[in-house]
Design a protein around this ligand. Structure first.
Ligand code: UD1
Ligand code: UDP
Length: 351
């Protein structure tokens, strides 16, 4: 069996690392990795391939820094060429980025089967580029690997029981990664205090909206007076902050770090504050509470079980949630499959 894996953005490298390790155990499966180039700085791309021993991409399409239309369009064109020459049995795609929809669409038009890992998630906010990408990708996928029961229910609500596709509850591949790579954690090059908050901000709805980004930064500035905040800053947010008059005080901003440094910090931080999709789950995997600076989330089981709180992008709401956070949570519940997703995904692809 020949699989072409399409990846391009940071969280996809982490997910592919876990699945590629499992694929490599099967002599009868050949995986060809296509890197679209969406993320390209060495600390947004190369570092993950090196640290996590992801096989070197067979193709690097080097498409980045463009608007949605140009980026997705160029990916579609170049991925199609690769698929025509490689003729895979499956195209494997992850999540909800522009690389995801481009990979799915290129494959489907060539009648190549599409497997979508992290299918069925919904925020029900159609202003998010990710929501558009994931809905369209799900609809043209042949196997939909759902991480959670919620994802399966979302698909059922949209009538997927009457659509010709296979829906499989695989669990979450990110938990496979978290479990495996925690043994390899690496101390970052900064000094970490005993008590600190790990924060990230990169979601377009926050970075592209000065009012929201301003309120988030003001709240973090205030909280950081009391508890150190370490913020590995996504290049998107960095560019916007540099071009603006936002006043950053107290927050310890660092360059993006590799996954092994993230795991080290996740293992030791007191609290996670983020708008990332992946980090909300990692907070749970590493038994840390999370405040999510968004108005909705795809991972509602974390909210229902009080592991995560949606705090939006208003200064006072964020600060109050930080002050009121309960740190005595019982993490003894299996929400994401416990690290068995890679095995389940491969079993299904072989059927
Ligand atoms: C993308 C995904 C988002 C995901 C995120 C993960 C889409 C629509 N969005 O958002 O769902 O959560 O990746 O991190 O696919 N940039 C650099 N260096 C890099 C990468 C990006 O400077 O290595 C710059 C780009 O040039 C661009 C900006 O950051 O100006 C945004 O990059 P882009 O890939 O378009 O979107 P992300 O915000 O990274
Ligand atoms: N991450 C990382 N280095 C960083 C920030 C994040 O390795 O400096 C990891 C994080 O631990 C998680 C993944 O990147 O595994 C999440 O990616 P991101 O937040 O960029 O995207 P999202 O999950 O929101 O799509």
């Amino acid at each position: 069996m020949k699989i072409i894996t399409i990846i391009g953005a940071r969280p996809q490298f982490i997910k592919a690392a876990a699945l590629s390790r499992e694929i490599a155990k099967h002599d009868n499966i050949k995986e060809i990795i296509v890197h679209t180039g969406q993320h390209y700085d060495s600390n947004m791309s190369d570092i993950f391939f090196e640290q996590m021993s992801i096989p070197k991409p067979h193709f690097n399409l080097d498409i980045n820094g463009l608007g949605h239309g140009a980026m997705t369009g160029q990916m579609l064109e170049k991925i199609e060429k690769v698929l025509l020459s490689e003729k895979p049995d499956w195209v494997l795609i992850y999540g909800d980025t522009n690389s995801t929809i481009a990979g799915a669409l290129a494959a489907k038009k060539l009648h190549i089967k599409v497997a979508h890992v992290e299918a069925g998630l919904r925020s029900y906010n159609m202003d998010m580029p990710e929501e558009v990408n994931r809905i369209l990708t799900d609809r043209i996928s042949d196997i939909l690997f759902c991480p959670t029961d919620t994802a399966i229910k979302n698909l059922e609500k949209e009538g997927y029981n009457n659509i010709d596709c296979r829906i499989v509850k695989s669990g979450d591949i990110m938990q496979d990664a978290a479990i495996f790579y925690t043994q390899k954690e690496q101390k970052p090059s900064i000094d970490l205090p005993k008590k600190f908050i790990l924060a990230t901000i990169h979601r377009a709805e926050n970075t592209d909206e000065p009012k929201r980004l301003g309120a988030i930064l003001e709240a973090l500035n205030k909280i950081a007076k009391e508890t150190t905040i370490i913020l590995p800053l996504h290049p998107r947010t960095k560019k916007i902050i540099e071009d603006s008059s936002f006043n950053i005080q107290n927050i310890n901003i660092i360059e993006p770090v590799g996954y092994l440094e993230m795991v080290y910090m996740l293992n030791r931080c007191k609290l996670v504050m983020t708008d990332s999709g992946g980090l909300q789950k990692e907070a749970f995997f590493f038994k840390k509470p999370c405040l999510t600076m968004r108005d909705e989330t795809e991972w509602i089981e974390l909210i229902e079980n009080n592991f995560n709180t949606l705090v939006g992008a208003q200064k006072d709401e964020i600060i109050n949630a930080y002050k009121e956070q309960n740190y005595q949570l019982n993490y003894n519940i299996d929400l994401y499959g416990g690290g068995t997703a890679a095995k389940k995904i491969i079993e299904e692809l072989k059927k």
